[in-house]
Design a protein around this ligand. Structure first.
Ligand SMILES: [Fe+2]
Ligand SMILES: [Fe+2]
Length: 449
């Protein structure tokens, strides 16, 4: 089998900047966003210039959420940029669309506040993206904008999308799962290795993310079995804007690895370079997205994106004290005067608290090296590392040992916990593996099937 290399990027969230992304309301909006907005055109242009220069691979997969929010002008500009890229470099782009690509009422911001711009229908996506996979496909399912295409003589790509004209993020019907199974079987019969791409992860990026309903493909277990038991052992995903590599084994003993890649326009921003060495060996490398042309106040691109991420978390913590109504809105809690007061007091205490002060509330001892550190700064780091992957707070580190004591103390309160798909959860194990990575390397690893 001939070695094959390709790039994977995801969640490009391209926004045509001339629509407008500035003003007081824009800044207020950006207080709670992980991803950039005004900057996304500049970032994407830098990414594709970089991909054009790199001669490691001639294929680029994009795992969905192509535009910021489905603005038609963004789709037009982004697809033009992809056309240009293909034409100038001879490289091939394969896309899947996702929830952020269809929207009846997307928006921009200017000095007068937020305004609505022309959106995009599901039916229109075909015309924008037909040159980026659909028309090269050997099988195409128009209803799901899903397809099968040969990347080389030996490797075949299955692209599945969980949107239809009528609904977003659908549970796959038996009929569609049957289509997937038959495509996988056909690949085997044709002597091809099949790999897959879907916007939604099939495995939770980190265990805690399994509690979020929208973090995974719904009824993911059925899809996992359909893929792995029919010989598809690798899927590339996005959506959660986190970096992770996870593996699961089906009841029949077949493996599936989900490689979820961070978005290009927010922290953590990475591209993957994938080398299929042979049917049983795939190497995954992670490359930070390149710096981009923007007034970044003297920061590197990476620092700039991290500042935006931390701003989002800090806003939540600040709001608890200073604007509890906004806080409750953001976390979907119904606001009452009593709760407003409670969150105000809690927020005020938390903001001034050290790690040691916080753990003492739970009768737990913090490691001496970190007990005087700010609790807020620690909380921000904690949230960020869950998304960055390769979480460093493992057993044996001051942070890890402190957190494990906290989780052990809290575990009895979460005894009958279930994840968003109804599976029972062991709170202690879930939290331990969320703040510390004990499994596969989330950045650079060699997968063996
Ligand atoms: Fe996204
Ligand atoms: Fe998404």
């Amino acid at each position: 089998m001939q070695e094959l290399k390709f790039f994977v990027i995801t969640d490009t969230h391209f926004f045509k900047n001339s629509i407008g992304a500035y003003g007081t309301d824009y800044e207020l909006y950006m207080d709670t966003q992980q991803k950039c907005f005004a900057e996304t055109e500049a970032i994407n242009r830098a990414v594709f210039d970089d991909l054009a220069r790199r001669d490691d691979a001639d294929i680029v997969l994009i795992a969905g959420d192509l535009t910021f929010n489905g603005e038609k002008e963004s789709h037009r500009a982004f697809s033009e940029m992809l056309h240009d890229f293909q034409q100038k470099t001879g490289k091939q782009v394969y896309v899947v669309t996702a929830g952020h690509d269809v929207n009846a009422e997307p928006y921009g911001f200017n000095e007068n506040g937020r305004f609505t711009v022309e959106g995009t229908t599901y039916a229109e996506l075909y015309d924008f993206y037909r040159d980026f996979g659909y028309d090269r496909a050997i099988e195409f399912d128009r209803e799901h904008l899903s397809y099968v295409a040969d990347l080389s003589d030996d490797v075949r790509l299955l692209v599945i999308c969980n949107d239809t004209a009528d609904a977003k993020h659908v549970t796959y019907s038996d009929e569609f799962l049957g289509w997937i199974a038959s495509q996988a079987q056909k690949a085997r019969a044709d002597g091809k290795m099949m790999i897959a791409m879907e916007h939604y992860p099939v495995l939770a990026g980190q265990p805690l993310l399994a509690l979020i309903g929208d973090a995974r493909q719904s009824e993911a277990g059925e899809l996992v079995d359909t893929l792995a038991d029919n010989g598809v052992h690798l899927i590339f995903t996005g959506h959660m804007h986190n970096q992770s590599v996870n593996v699961v084994e089906t009841q029949k003993g077949n493996k599936l690895v989900d490689v979820c890649t961070g978005c290009t326009i927010g922290c953590p921003a990475f591209m993957r370079l994938v080398t299929v060495k042979d049917e049983h060996t795939v190497q995954i490398e992670s490359i930070p997205t390149p710096d981009f042309d923007w007034d970044k106040h003297g920061q590197t691109g990476k620092e700039y994106l991290k500042v935006q991420f931390d701003r989002m978390i800090r806003t939540f913590i600040d709001c608890m004290e200073n604007d509890p109504v906004r806080f409750m809105n953001k976390v979907h809690i119904k606001s009452t005067p009593a709760l407003q007061k409670a969150f105000h007091v809690l927020g005020k205490r938390l903001r001034r608290m050290t790690i040691g002060g916080f753990t003492r509330l739970l009768f737990v001892r913090a490691a001496p090296e970190i007990k005087n550190h700010s609790f807020t700064d620690f909380a921000i780091d904690l949230v960020r590392i869950v998304f960055e992957g390769n979480q460093p707070f493992v057993e044996g580190t001051p942070e890890g040992d402190t957190l494990l004591r906290v989780f052990r103390r809290l575990a009895p309160f979460f005894k009958s916990m279930k994840d968003a798909q109804g599976e029972p959860v062991d709170f202690y194990e879930m939290m331990k593996h969320t703040v510390g990575n004990y499994g596969l390397d989330d950045y650079n690893t060699t997968l063996n099937f």
